[in-house]
Design a protein around this ligand. Sequence first.
Ligand SMILES: Cc1ncc(CO)c(N)n1
Length: 222
Amino acid sequence: MTELPLFDLLKSQAADHWQDYTRHEFLRQMGHGSLPEAAFREYLIQDYLFLIQFSRAYALAAYKSREFADIRAAQDGLAAIVSETDLHVRLCARWGLSPEDLEAAEEHQSTVAYTRFVLDAGMSGDLLDLHVALAPCVIGYAEIAQWLAPAVEANPEHPYAEWISEYASEEYQSAARAAVEQIESLGRRSYTEARLPELTRVFSTATRMESAFWQMGLDAAG
Ligand SMILES: Cc1ncc(CO)c(N)n1
């Protein structure tokens, strides 16, 4: 058993990386509304490709499950990811990009690195390893949106209102709470202290890959 809930323990082990990810320069500029559209556009196109691979990772979580409770958690995670892509399709349509255009885009190395890392962590490990690799994604975005939401409340014309509101929505926030609960549930069943270094490595790597994903957007705007 751990003293802290497992998710909090992992977050504290990776505190510096978590801070870099959830308070990244990309997000500061987004919050101020000064993020160049080119940065957001590159990010959003790559994120669509990212979500295809993340859907596969949730499907892998279903495959790795032995109980319906875990299959349902994977199904709910998969459904949340698939419905998240409506945002991407809607926003990209304004730039004249269709879902086919998005799917035809070339994957950036940051997208390949992050998604294949998560899939590999899941394939080579057990269900807890996989959910730990998935955790920074949904839980981090929920935290980020809570941080940025006041900027939208102060300015309904905020250029990134739609994106921020999506992740601040009750639906997304509750998906993030379910992701924490799933980690705790798996932790109760299969966490041992001997697993902490490897779980920390998986969690930290995924968190670092999230920062690299924001950086890819910033780099695209020069
Ligand atoms: C890179 C990345 N991380 C997390 C999320 C949240 O689902 C997302 N859409 N993209």
